[in-house]
Design a protein around this ligand. Structure first.
Ligand code: C2E
Ligand code: CA
Ligand code: CA
Length: 677
């Protein structure tokens, strides 16, 4: 019996011990999981916080570097109040705004977590921030620029320190937390021996999660770094990285006495692709350009995208300048092959400007700016070509700025004058009207031509008041000629695409015509097809309204762009003006002859009238007449002339035409008298 109860006791003890062990295991497992999960939470929270604030500081730092490169460009701009400088200031103010925003984000994060270790640094950053904010109002004085230049390294330094401080404090907090947990926990001591296995398991789990956190953090830091340096669409280096690389290349080239070529490339007519095929197609084209450029250059050369359709290529390690040409040839070859976008074959071309270190600039800002100027010369040379920078190009920038500055006052000083070029009916040589062409009388600027100043007026928006001036002058003259000489006299006025940005355009035109008491059908508005591709919205309804009023719309410079006649049918044009270049080559190039012939007969099928521009020779006049061209305009009939001179001509013609004489036979005699261009 005693033996039995002893055995029973042992049995009971074993069961008790086993159940105790099970309880221990349960407690241990629970504690383990709890401990692991709280420390993991803490780590996660700290890592997240660190990552977030670092990314803000990183963005702020990048903007600061952007300002730094910008400022180096400031000193080279001659005119302090010019358009370019205003743009620079705008972009500087924008950068400062971005920096303040990023720093603001990071500081508010800090306030939320309230770690005392950051307080001192945060105060310093706050001061820098205030300094920058105070600047925006008066950025144009050179002393302020100097102040910014000395201030930037200080801010950059503080930002780096803060990021480092986040790193240190995060590690420290994690270790402290772990140590305290271990010391204070009695449960932990009790279980230490029995739970070796669990402990090992826990630490293995812990290690694994820390590893995951660290690699995730590394990845997102790399991602942030990548985003800051590479273009999102093409994955090419962006402006910051390119400038960084160029600076490095300059240092190398200095040491090795070598040349660097900076190529500034702009895709020709990119806007047309965007406007006609959509932005997705535009993006596709840019990615393709990026790929082809990368294929064209050698390993070690850099291709980057500045934004939009602008790319920069850095070619380095040349001992001779002649070695650059084969690479440029290769770039053009690469771009030549048509690319298929949305089921269409598109042939793209590009204009390139080249500046060379050390000849064309000592630093990255100068080299980029000069390559950019050279690129503009390629554009005005007819595109699809390359141009090396020359000192002259700087002069043309200076000239452009001068025109821009004088233009506003020119209107008030009455320097603009409207000239008139007669348009004739080819069947009988009678004057049917005139085209109004603007002149700028300014001796100091050497009387700029419209081809030179109209594009500038378009860029600055001055075309709107200038356009209104032309409209008023031309309508007034037309009204006078109608009353005194020809009741059916027609006036043709050029409209630039930019004028369609004026929401009051249609209303202004209509009320001006009414004010001058002339019929809508004696006014012709000349519009180049650029207007249809300009992407300015509401153009079609505007043209529709103008045409419904009875105003005649003519397509100017026909043949120089992409329009087909059938395309024209969807717009309310009633006249096409065949561009001067076709008329000039009428007898030189049989293709031009055929083209004009086809264009005239197609236009007539579509009930459109045809005006030939730039008729200089009798032979051209006769051919055009044989091809049934309706009207003509050109030096043969009269150069653009002042209002008074055209009036003399009209007076004389009115007499002639009344007595049924055709003026074309007398033209040669009177021509020289009236030609004042
Ligand atoms: P456009 O509208 O094509 O004007 C015709 C141009 O050809 C004028 O140049 C005229 O002088 C020139 N021309 C006419 N007949 C002949 C000829 O037989 N031989 C040659 N070689 N040239 C001839 P201009 O006056 O220098 O104007 C150039 C351009 O400036 C115009 O081209 C037009 O696009 C623009 N423009 C002129 N005035 C205005 C204006 O008031 N408003 C707008 N938006 N643009 C204007
Ligand atoms: Ca015209
Ligand atoms: Ca024209």
């Amino acid at each position: 019996m005693a033996k039995q109860s002893w055995a029973h006791d042992i049995y009971r003890h074993i069961i008790a011990m086993l159940s105790l062990l099970v309880i221990f295991i349960i407690i241990a497992a629970t504690y383990g999981t709890w401990h692991q999960s709280t420390s993991r939470d803490l780590e996660q929270r700290l890592n997240h916080y660190h990552l977030e604030s670092s990314s803000y500081y990183l963005k702020a730092s990048n903007e600061l570097r952007h300002i730094q490169t910008h400022l180096s460009g400031f000193n080279h701009t001659a005119a302090p109040h010019s358009h370019t400088t205003n743009q620079q200031h705008l972009s500087l103010a924008n950068s400062i705004h971005l920096i303040n925003r990023e720093i603001g984000h990071a500081l508010s994060l800090q306030n939320k977590f309230g770690d005392p270790r950051f307080t001192q640094m945060s105060k310093t950053i706050q001061q820098h921030k205030q300094f920058l904010t105070g600047l925006t109002a008066s950025q144009d004085s050179s002393s302020t620029q100097k102040k910014i230049t000395t201030h930037i390294p200080l801010i950059l330094n503080s930002l780096t320190q803060l990021t480092l401080l986040h790193d240190v404090s995060r590690d420290k907090l994690i270790t402290e937390f772990k140590q305290n947990e271990h010391n204070n926990s009695l449960v932990f001591y009790c279980m230490l021996t029995t739970l070796l296995a669990c402990g090992l398991y826990i630490s293995w789990r812990g290690l694994r999660s820390i590893q995951t956190i660290i690699s995730a953090q590394q990845q997102s830091e790399e991602r942030i770094q990548h985003q800051a340096n590479y273009d999102a669409l093409t994955d090419l280096p962006n402006r910051f990285l390119l400038i960084d690389r160029l600076n490095q290349l300059i240092l190398d080239a200095q040491r090795q006495q070598e040349y660097i070529a900076v190529l500034f490339l702009d895709v020709d007519h990119f806007k047309r692709v965007n406007d006609s095929l959509g932005h997705e197609a535009g993006d596709q084209l840019l990615v393709e350009v990026a790929n082809r450029l990368t294929c064209a250059v050698r390993d070690g050369d850099s291709v980057g995208r500045l934004g939009g359709d602008e790319f920069v290529i850095l070619l380095s390690h040349f001992s001779q300048l002649t070695n650059i040409s084969p690479i440029i040839d290769k770039i053009f070859q690469q771009l030549q092959t048509p690319l298929a976008i949305e089921g269409r074959d598109i042939t793209m071309t590009a204009s390139i400007g080249i500046s060379v270190y050390p000849d064309d600039g000592q630093n990255s800002a100068e080299l980029l700016r000069n390559a950019d100027s050279a690129m503009y010369h390629s554009k005005s040379d007819g595109r699809n070509t390359y141009t090396y920078f020359t000192e002259n190009m700087n002069h043309s920038t200076v000239r452009k700025i001068a025109l821009e500055q004088q233009m506003l006052a020119a209107l008030e000083r009455h320097e603009f004058e409207v000239y008139y070029q007669p348009q004739v009916d080819l069947r009988n040589g009678h004057i049917i009207g005139a085209e109004a062409l603007l002149r700028w009388n300014n001796e100091t600027l050497n009387n700029p031509t419209p081809d030179e100043f109209i594009p500038i007026a378009e860029q600055t928006g001055m075309i709107i008041p200038i356009g209104q001036y032309v409209l008023q002058q031309a309508l007034q003259a037309c009204s006078h000629w109608q009353i005194n000489y020809f009741p059916s006299f027609r006036i043709a006025i050029n409209l630039s695409p930019q004028q369609f940005r004026d929401p009051n355009l249609v209303e202004t035109i209509a009320s001006e015509i009414e004010r001058h008491d002339i019929s809508f059908s004696s006014v012709e508005l000349e519009i180049t097809e650029g207007v249809l591709l300009s992407g300015i919205k509401d153009i079609k309804p505007a043209l529709q309204t103008l045409s419904e009023l009875g105003i005649i719309l003519s397509m100017d410079d026909f043949g120089t762009g992409y329009s087909s006649l059938s395309y024209l049918r969807s717009y309310p044009f009633s006249i096409i003006k065949i561009d001067r270049s076709f008329i000039r080559d009428l007898f030189l190039d049989p293709k031009d002859y055929e083209l004009i012939k086809a264009a005239i007969s197609l236009a007539h099928n579509l009930q459109l009238k045809v005006i030939a521009e730039g008729v200089e020779e009798n032979s051209q006049q006769h051919s055009l007449h044989q091809l049934h061209c309706d009207y003509a305009q050109g030096y043969l009939f009269g150069k653009p002339m002042s209002r008074n001179n055209l009036e003399q001509l009209i007076k004389q013609r009115a007499g002639d035409q009344n007595s049924n004489n055709h003026f074309s036979s007398e033209l040669t005699v009177s021509r020289s008298f009236y030609q004042d261009s």
